[in-house]
Design a protein around this ligand. Sequence first.
Ligand SMILES: [Zn+2]
Length: 449
Amino acid sequence: MEVKDTLSSTMKTVETREGKRMNMFVCGPTVQDRPHMGHARTYVFYDVLARYLRYKGIRLFYLMNITDIEDHIITKMQETGRSWEDITTSYSSEFFEIMRRLKNNSVNYYAFATDYIKEIIEQILKLIEKGYAYKISDGIYFRVRKFKDYGNLSKQNLDELRAGARVEVREEKEDPLDFALWKMKKEGEPSWPSPWGDGRPGWHIEDTAITESIFGPQYDIHGGAKDLIFPHHESEIAQMEAVSGKKPIVRYWIHTGHLNVDDIKMSKSLKNFVTVEDALRSYWPEAIRIMMLSMKYSAAVNFEEKAAIDAQGNAERISILYHRVSGVPEIRSDWALEMTGRIFAPLENDMNTPEVVREIISFVKDSLARNKLSEQEKGEILYVLRQIEAVFGIVHTVPLPDKSMDIILKMRNESRKKGDYDSADMIRDTLKSLGVHIEDTSEGSYLWW
Ligand SMILES: [Zn+2]
């Protein structure tokens, strides 16, 4: 399997280190607001990457950090008067709930930044000792000039960056590009004790302290949205490689593109904030996953309602097929294995999920078009659908809950027979609002969820 690596700008073959598990770290959210569709895009993609690597038999550990101290959280405290605990607890709970509802279930461990203050301080002490960090009145800063590879990940010219850097009040900094490792406490801010006085960590050091303590100084895959490449990931490389003296910190850098609304990057500050919760009110989680996976992960994509509607239609088709074939034992036949192999093959080429979605939809449409499936055929289709669910998480499998639905269905069929279409439609619409769908076919009506 090959992926496009951001640092080398080349396609690289994903290989495990012999006898070792594969370690993947993805930048988690700063818990200061509700998850939006940009988050959904990023985290659905890494969820499918993790699922696929495991499907291939790779022993993968997927680690995500939760940034529970950062400038945006302080701003939120000032804007709302809410406490740090209140903001970070409520938004992290909401994030986990959204991850669960989106079926992003592959993360092994969520690490909260503030649980790693000791490790953060240890890294900063090492950086100071090695001459990579210095103290000024408002905090400890990383000395960018001393780390020769700074700029390699983002392919930027540092002199141009310096020229464009905002002239800040902190004239004490040796270089405009130097970034904070530790920020001294200001009035009303949450803080932790350190050898330099009470304060809080800078954003970039949170990640390297967490990854070093869980993975060691080097690991396999680092993911995150493209807007994190500079300065966040660039600074992670600088910190960790300076601390350990080992290169590279990461073997594969994989970045997801922005999700735009009307061609503007989705973010709260730009007021084009479509929360995942809002989207889940209108669409199945499977539909949101299909929509996100229909886009190449690395491309900047515009968010359109039409794409969500199409994805919902496809999620429903998949579910209809699932309910038609479930109830028989799955059959892992040559045909089923070949079909599964064909469906997932495009993932080997830089996680080409849009091509896989096309393969899945054509498989589903072909299967639905087949008349009278035999038990054998049902079992084979079921096997393929189970593999699709294992890797993509797009099969809506919620079982039929109880027999009372049969009575409701009978009443509706009676209404239709009598020509009372108002009642029939009323029953259909009411069920739909409860998430239950009626499919009318020549052979009768079916319910599915
Ligand atoms: Zn991060």
